[in-house]
Ligand binder design. Structure first.
Ligand SMILES: [Zn+2]
Length: 129
Protein backbone atom coordinates (compact mmCIF):
# COMPACT_ATOMS: atom_id res chain seq x y z
CA UNK A 1 0.00 0.00 0.00
CA UNK A 2 1.26 3.48 -0.85
CA UNK A 3 0.82 6.32 1.59
CA UNK A 4 -1.11 9.29 0.28
CA UNK A 5 -0.29 11.38 3.34
CA UNK A 6 3.25 11.70 4.66
CA UNK A 7 4.39 8.45 6.27
CA UNK A 8 4.18 8.08 10.03
CA UNK A 9 7.49 6.48 10.90
CA UNK A 10 8.15 4.57 14.07
CA UNK A 11 11.29 2.91 15.39
CA UNK A 12 11.71 -0.78 14.58
CA UNK A 13 14.51 -3.28 14.95
CA UNK A 14 14.20 -6.21 12.59
CA UNK A 15 16.05 -8.21 9.96
CA UNK A 16 16.82 -6.48 6.70
CA UNK A 17 17.48 -8.46 3.53
CA UNK A 18 19.97 -6.99 1.09
CA UNK A 19 20.12 -8.34 -2.47
CA UNK A 20 23.75 -8.72 -3.53
CA UNK A 21 24.75 -9.80 -7.06
CA UNK A 22 27.71 -11.73 -5.63
CA UNK A 23 26.26 -13.15 -2.43
CA UNK A 24 22.53 -13.33 -3.18
CA UNK A 25 20.26 -12.47 -0.25
CA UNK A 26 22.24 -11.26 2.73
CA UNK A 27 20.21 -10.99 5.91
CA UNK A 28 21.31 -8.26 8.26
CA UNK A 29 19.93 -9.28 11.65
CA UNK A 30 18.09 -6.78 13.84
CA UNK A 31 18.85 -3.69 11.77
CA UNK A 32 17.34 -0.66 13.47
CA UNK A 33 15.43 1.80 11.34
CA UNK A 34 12.33 3.92 11.11
CA UNK A 35 9.43 2.22 9.38
CA UNK A 36 6.04 3.31 8.19
CA UNK A 37 3.64 0.54 9.26
CA UNK A 38 1.31 1.34 6.36
CA UNK A 39 3.61 1.35 3.29
CA UNK A 40 6.60 -0.45 4.86
CA UNK A 41 9.00 2.26 3.73
CA UNK A 42 12.16 2.04 5.86
CA UNK A 43 14.68 4.74 6.69
CA UNK A 44 18.14 3.92 7.97
CA UNK A 45 20.50 6.23 9.79
CA UNK A 46 23.81 6.83 7.98
CA UNK A 47 25.49 4.75 10.69
CA UNK A 48 23.11 1.81 10.30
CA UNK A 49 23.31 2.10 6.51
CA UNK A 50 27.11 1.85 6.68
CA UNK A 51 26.84 -1.15 9.01
CA UNK A 52 24.60 -2.91 6.45
CA UNK A 53 27.06 -2.17 3.60
CA UNK A 54 30.01 -3.34 5.72
CA UNK A 55 28.19 -6.56 6.55
CA UNK A 56 27.36 -7.27 2.88
CA UNK A 57 30.96 -6.50 1.80
CA UNK A 58 32.23 -8.87 4.48
CA UNK A 59 30.02 -11.70 3.19
CA UNK A 60 31.04 -11.00 -0.44
CA UNK A 61 34.73 -10.90 0.50
CA UNK A 62 34.44 -14.21 2.33
CA UNK A 63 32.84 -15.86 -0.73
CA UNK A 64 35.61 -14.54 -3.02
CA UNK A 65 38.27 -15.76 -0.57
CA UNK A 66 36.77 -19.27 -0.68
CA UNK A 67 37.27 -19.58 -4.46
CA UNK A 68 39.96 -22.07 -5.55
CA UNK A 69 43.36 -20.55 -6.35
CA UNK A 70 43.30 -21.69 -10.00
CA UNK A 71 40.38 -19.33 -10.69
CA UNK A 72 42.54 -16.27 -9.93
CA UNK A 73 44.91 -14.38 -12.20
CA UNK A 74 47.42 -11.57 -11.60
CA UNK A 75 46.85 -7.89 -12.30
CA UNK A 76 49.12 -8.14 -15.35
CA UNK A 77 47.10 -11.04 -16.79
CA UNK A 78 43.81 -9.25 -16.09
CA UNK A 79 45.09 -6.03 -17.72
CA UNK A 80 46.26 -8.06 -20.76
CA UNK A 81 42.81 -9.64 -21.19
CA UNK A 82 41.26 -6.17 -21.18
CA UNK A 83 43.93 -4.74 -23.49
CA UNK A 84 44.95 -2.21 -20.85
CA UNK A 85 48.26 -1.26 -19.29
CA UNK A 86 48.64 -2.25 -15.65
CA UNK A 87 48.66 1.44 -14.71
CA UNK A 88 45.35 2.20 -16.41
CA UNK A 89 43.89 -1.02 -15.00
CA UNK A 90 44.87 0.04 -11.46
CA UNK A 91 43.48 3.55 -11.98
CA UNK A 92 40.17 2.45 -13.52
CA UNK A 93 37.31 3.71 -11.33
CA UNK A 94 34.88 0.84 -12.03
CA UNK A 95 37.56 -1.75 -11.35
CA UNK A 96 38.49 0.04 -8.13
CA UNK A 97 34.83 -0.03 -7.11
CA UNK A 98 34.75 -3.82 -7.31
CA UNK A 99 33.16 -4.51 -10.70
CA UNK A 100 35.85 -7.15 -11.10
CA UNK A 101 36.00 -9.52 -8.12
CA UNK A 102 39.40 -9.72 -6.51
CA UNK A 103 41.29 -10.89 -3.48
CA UNK A 104 43.99 -8.71 -1.97
CA UNK A 105 47.06 -10.23 -0.37
CA UNK A 106 49.56 -7.73 0.94
CA UNK A 107 50.51 -5.45 -1.95
CA UNK A 108 49.10 -7.80 -4.59
CA UNK A 109 45.58 -8.22 -5.91
CA UNK A 110 44.39 -11.37 -7.63
CA UNK A 111 41.37 -11.29 -9.92
CA UNK A 112 38.82 -13.98 -10.72
CA UNK A 113 39.44 -14.83 -14.39
CA UNK A 114 35.75 -15.33 -15.17
CA UNK A 115 35.01 -11.94 -13.61
CA UNK A 116 37.63 -10.26 -15.84
CA UNK A 117 36.15 -11.96 -18.92
CA UNK A 118 32.62 -10.88 -17.95
CA UNK A 119 33.84 -7.35 -17.33
CA UNK A 120 35.37 -7.28 -20.81
CA UNK A 121 31.95 -8.09 -22.34
CA UNK A 122 29.61 -6.09 -20.12
CA UNK A 123 31.68 -3.72 -17.91
CA UNK A 124 30.34 -5.65 -14.92
CA UNK A 125 32.25 -8.72 -13.75
CA UNK A 126 30.07 -9.51 -10.77
CA UNK A 127 28.17 -12.80 -10.74
CA UNK A 128 26.69 -15.03 -8.03
CA UNK A 129 29.29 -17.12 -6.18
ZN1 LIG B 1 4.01 5.21 4.52
Amino acid sequence: MVCLKPCKFRKVRKDFVFHSIIAGQVAVPRASSLECPKCRERLFSPKEHQAIIDNVLKVEKKLITQQPIERFITTKMAADILGMTRQSFNRNKRIKRGFIMYHKMGDFSYYLRKSVEMYKKTSDGRYPL
